[in-house]
Design a protein around this ligand. Structure first.
Ligand code: NAD
Ligand code: IPM
Ligand code: MN
Length: 372
């Protein structure tokens, strides 16, 4: 069997720290399953800009297109915030997503057992959260025309949201299929009381719903959905969102999982998938060894499952993460909610142990063989 070839783009801030952790877990789990993975490191984001290569070098895009999967940390940071929009690190990420044809961004949100006290929400609210945000990733405000013009001596700035029927259909089908494999509930999140794009989304989703009679299809305005997420998250299964709404709701949903550092994502639909934690470069903790690597590690598991079709490797990683959390290991972001160091320990719950990126990764690596 030939080795799988994975491109690693660390990016900026905590990006490289969490990508290294994820690569280690993927490599170790693959080895335990008798499989082989080969890594290529590629430049992207601010780090590439600083090397004079621009935010997403062509060589990186080519390497990704010729790989079996791409793992990306995060890009951006204060250092590059004053660059013109099109030259910023974030523009490089948009370019990569487009080059890879990654129109469907899958963001699973679940509260791992033992993390009930990591969320600032009441445990009885967050417990049992298990939903997926399906975010359209190649359209809407992110890719529409934007700019500025002078209007009667005033500065006018504009961003435009456009969606074509085919762009909606392809990601909506994806969401219906996913719902079918889950609790068969799909909710389209929109702003159809105001936006024409949202009205087209509803029309398309309504007509597709006829092909999926086994899936319960509902519609909710995004503002109301934002409330429902933290009010009754257990009622939600698959949320289908246009690009911007999906971006915003996923950071909100991260609170249900205990921390933004927990969320993984798969950006798929093209020939090669892009796997990225949902969080950013966390400039406030970068370089300190404090980052939660689990979002990136679970992204590597998604890469194994969806791009490499290595279900055994994916399950091994996910179970090792779950076991490590159950035994009380927490990065600092996971004790900001309610838990405190040394808490627990009674009634069969292990004491909370606050660790850094490396120690968390080592604990997960140590548990992989238990699930081989
Ligand atoms: P952020 O996600 O980087 O950070 C928000 C907060 O969450 C911070 O307090 C941070 O410390 C914390 N946090 C995030 N990930 C964490 C982790 N793994 N472990 C522990 N704590 C974590 O969002 P921001 O501060 O708004 O953005 C910072 C930069 O990242 C910006 O330049 C932004 O454009 C960029 N960004 C990039 C991506 C990406 O490349 N996919 C995603 C989001 C933001
Ligand atoms: C994300 C990020 C990106 C997005 C930015 C950095 C371009 O916030 O992946 O959620 O908005 O898509
Ligand atoms: Mn985001």
């Amino acid at each position: 069997r030939s080795a799988a070839h994975v491109v690693l783009i660390g990016g900026d801030g905590i990006g490289p720290e969490v990508v290294e952790a994820a690569a280690q877990c993927l490599e170790e789990a693959a080895n335990l399953a008798g499989r082989e993975v080969r890594f290529t490191r590629a430049a992207g984001g601010g780090e590439a800009i600083d090397r004079g290569l621009g935010p997403m070098p062509d060589a990186t895009i080519q390497a990704c297109l010729h790989s079996d999967g791409v793992l990306l940390g995060a890009v951006g940071g204060p250092r590059w915030d004053r660059l013109p929009g099109a030259l910023r690190p974030e523009a490089g990420l948009l370019e990569l997503r487009r080059a890879l044809g990654a129109f469907a961004n899958i963001r699973p949100v679940r509260l791992f057992e033992g993390l009930e006290d990591a969320t600032p929400l009441r445990p009885e609210v967050a417990r049992g959260t298990d939903l997926v945000i399906v975010r359209e990733l190649l359209g809407g405000l992110y890719y529409g025309a934007r700019g500025r013009r002078d209007q009667d001596g005033r500065i006018l700035a504009f961003d435009t949201m456009e969606y074509a029927d085919v762009e909606i259909d392809r990601v909506a089908r994806f969401a219906f299929e996913l719902a079918r494999k889950r609790r068969r509930k799909l909710c389209l999140v929109d702003k159809a009381n105001i936006l024409e794009t949202s009205r087209l989304w509803r029309e398309r989703v309504e007509s597709l719903a006829g092909e999926y009679p086994d899936v319960e299809c509902t519609y909710q305005y995004v503002d109301s959905c934002a409330m429902k997420l933290v009010q009754s998250p257990r009622s939600l299964d698959v949320l289908l969102c246009e690009n911007t709404f999906g971006d915003i709701l996923s950071d909100e949903a991260a609170v249900l999982a205990g921390s933004l550092g927990m969320l993984a994502s798969a950006s798929i639909g093209g020939p090669v998938g892009l796997y990225e934690p949902v969080h950013g470069t966390a400039p406030d903790i970068a370089g300190q060894g404090l980052a939660n690597p689990i979002g990136a590690i679970l992204s590597a598991a998604l890469l194994a499952r969806l791009d490499l079709q290595w279900d055994d490797v994916a399950a091994m990683i996910e179970e090792a993460v779950a076991a490590t959390l159950q035994e009380g290991f927490r990065t600092r972001d996971l004790v900001a909610g309610r838990a405190t160091e040394g808490a627990g320990g009674g009634a069969g719950t292990p004491a909370v142990r606050v660790v850094g990126t490396r120690e968390m990764t080592a604990q997960i690596l140590e548990r992989l063989p238990l699930f081989a």
